[in-house]
Design a protein around this ligand. Structure first.
Ligand code: NAD
Ligand code: TYD
Length: 361
């Protein structure tokens, strides 16, 4: 399918959303309406390079605001919606789950309900070619043991955190709107992303910045938990493939085939920084690694079976983990100004709240 009319993106000022917007403008260059509440995680500075581009419009809007969503749909008449907006950090969902239920469940429901009303009024061929793509996570499948097979699209849902439970609920709503109303939906369930513009509350940017500043590197538990890592640009190309060629009503798992133990990720970051930004007075950054109190209910392992998206849509990731991590470290080293701007009072408060107790003896 070709995209010539407006595509509406929610959460396009966040980490993955802003990477998607920037790559969309570079590759397709068709009009894009970016709907984002600009919470602590949404940052217009990510979109500086398209700020003056008339094809991109950023509108501050809460996806729970029915009237605002309805009027944006009526005014901009999108041919597709790509839904990223969410509360996305597991640790925050443990400390304060309310916002997760509101945005991830109520917000997705509001969006689906208003989209259904808009879509039902479309005439052919626009009605058949319309798409609602819901961006979700592999965390809905729960936790794997060391020898379990990777998550496939038919793995039973078993979410373990308030974050993953709220995402699972939103996935079920999307499924129901396809099954009951025929809304042409697509759902993607992706593994852990990393790359430019990631908010430094997540593992990789947090460790890069702490290591750079000589602060302790807080590894939860014994660091043996395993995540599958995907470079964010590869996630964006997978979403474009699903949007263009995915079958309505289907779900597609997306992953990097790069399972790594957390401790290995952190030591690799230390070694990269020792090489790229040597500080001989300090010695190796590995000495900063500190094992701290574990996350409650910490999922042990995630792994993704990507055979469906590879077979049906011909998508495979372009970046390898080691080179992608090097690019990411380079990006943070080159964008310390961006980091300084987002380290607001709110960010510092979070770091204090999440780590003070973990680091206590
Ligand atoms: P993020 O937290 O960096 O960005 C979320 C964006 O949503 C922010 O711009 C924020 O302002 C916006 N937002 C939050 N509440 C909103 C609301 N009520 N109305 C409108 N906008 C709102 O998240 P991310 O890491 O970019 O993740 C994007 C999506 O991808 C999420 O749905 C997440 O579940 C999913 N996902 C993330 C990962 C990952 O590793 N980060 C992996 C798989 C799937
Ligand atoms: P995170 O980036 O929060 O993503 P998710 O929980 O969605 O997978 O965390 C990735 C892994 O790193 C996870 O197993 C928790 C661990 N972790 C730490 O060990 N220390 C930290 O300070 C953070 C933020 C995460």
């Amino acid at each position: 399918m070709n995209f010539t009319d407006t595509v509406l993106v929610t959460g396009g000022a966040g980490f993955i959303g802003s990477n998607f917007v920037l790559s969309w403008m570079e590759t397709l260059g068709t009009p894009l309406l970016n709907v984002d509440l600009l919470t602590y995680a949404g940052n217009p500075a990510n979109l500086e390079s398209v700020e003056a581009d008339p094809r991109h419009l950023l509108v501050r809007c809460d996806i729970c605001d029915t009237d605002h969503i309805t009027s944006l749909l009526a005014e901009h008449r999108p041919q597709a919606i790509v839904h990223f907006a969410a509360e996305s950090h597991v640790d925050r969902s443990i400390i304060a789950p309310d916002a997760f239920l509101r945005t991830n469940i109520q917000g997705t429901f509001t969006l689906l309900e208003q989209t259904k009303a808009y879509w039902q009024e479309l005439s052919e061929p626009d009605r058949s070619s319309f798409r609602f793509l819901h961006v979700s996570t592999d965390e809905v499948y729960g936790s794997l043991g060391p020898d379990d097979p990777a998550f496939s699209e038919t793995t039973a849902y078993a979410p373990n955190s308030p974050y993953s439970a709220s995402k699972a609920a939103s996935d079920h709503l999307v499924r129901a709107y396809h099954h009951t109303f025929g809304l042409p939906t697509l759902t993607t369930n992706c593994s852990n992303n990393y790359g430019p513009f990631q908010f430094p509350e997540k593992l990789i940017p947090l460790m890069i910045l702490h290591a750079l500043e000589g602060k302790s590197l807080p590894v939860y538990g014994d660091g043996s938990n395993v995540r599958d890592w995907l470079f964010v640009e590869d996630h964006c190309s997978a979403i474009r493939a699903v949007l263009e060629r995915g079958r309505p009503g289907e779900t597609y798992n997306i992953g990097g085939s790069s399972e790594r133990k957390n401790l290995d990720v952190v030591t690799t970051i230390c070694d990269l920084l020792d090489e790229m930004k040597p500080d001989p007075a300090q010695g190796s950054r590995r000495r900063l690694i500190t094992f701290v109190k574990d996350r409650p209910g910490h999922d042990q392992r995630y792994a993704i079976d990507t055979s469906k998206i590879a077979r049906e849509l011909g998508w495979t990731p372009a970046e390898r983990f080691e080179s992608g991590l090097r690019r990411t470290v380079r990006w943070y080293l080159d964008h310390l100004e961006w980091v300084e701007k987002i380290r607001s009072g709110e960010y510092l408060k979070w770091i204090e709240e999440n780590y003070a107790e973990r680091l206590a003896p």
